[in-house]
Ligand binder design. Structure first.
Ligand SMILES: CC(C)(COP(=O)(O)OP(=O)(O)OC[C@H]1O[C@@H](n2cnc3c(N)ncnc32)[C@H](O)[C@@H]1OP(=O)(O)O)[C@@H](O)C(=O)NCCC(=O)NCCS
Length: 117
């Protein structure tokens, strides 16, 4: 919880996806976040898109933007743990245009890739 609520824009950076709400206000429907290990400059990434906004490209858009910001801040690699059932998350990583390294431990996939390539 502390990690999620203390966004310091340095080690912990979050971006949100917004859509127009019923009153014209901005409604947050998605969050993408990274948690950086400053010693290795490897960042763990996590995403959540509200159910009714899933499969409309928002996750992919947020990953693109998070990648851009991360590269500007010197992040070397992204890391994520993804369950095999989560085909959407796996698709997003595989469609990112980067060379994805995948390891399976019997329960989940460890996804890593270098942002510099
Ligand atoms: C995973 C998640 C972030 C994806 O966000 P999204 O906005 O739905 O993703 P997008 O619409 O950008 O892309 C989804 C991709 O997955 C594919 N996909 C979706 N469901 C799929 C399925 N069951 N099988 C295969 N592919 C699937 C889509 O076809 C699309 O690929 P495409 O761009 O090649 O067409 C979202 O589903 C989510 O919040 N899930 C719950 C939380 C979660 O699992 N977070 C990940 C932990 S790191």
């Amino acid at each position: 919880m502390r990690k999620l609520t203390n966004v310091d824009y340095d080690q912990n950076l979050a971006i949100v996806g917004v859509v127009p709400g019923p009153e014209g206000e901005e409604e947050i429907v998605a969050i993408a976040q990274y948690f950086l290990d400053p010693k290795t400059m490897v960042a763990e990434v996590a995403f959540i898109v509200q159910d009714e906004w899933q499969d409309k490209g928002m996750g992919s858009l947020l990953l693109d933007y998070l990648t851009k910001v991360a590269k500007e801040r010197g992040v070397k690699s992204f890391y994520a743990t993804v369950l095999p059932i989560n085909k959407a998350m796996l698709s997003i990583f595989y469609n990112s245009g980067y060379k994805i390294n995948t390891e399976f431990d019997g329960d989940s996939y460890s996804i890593t890739y270098e942002l510099t390539r």
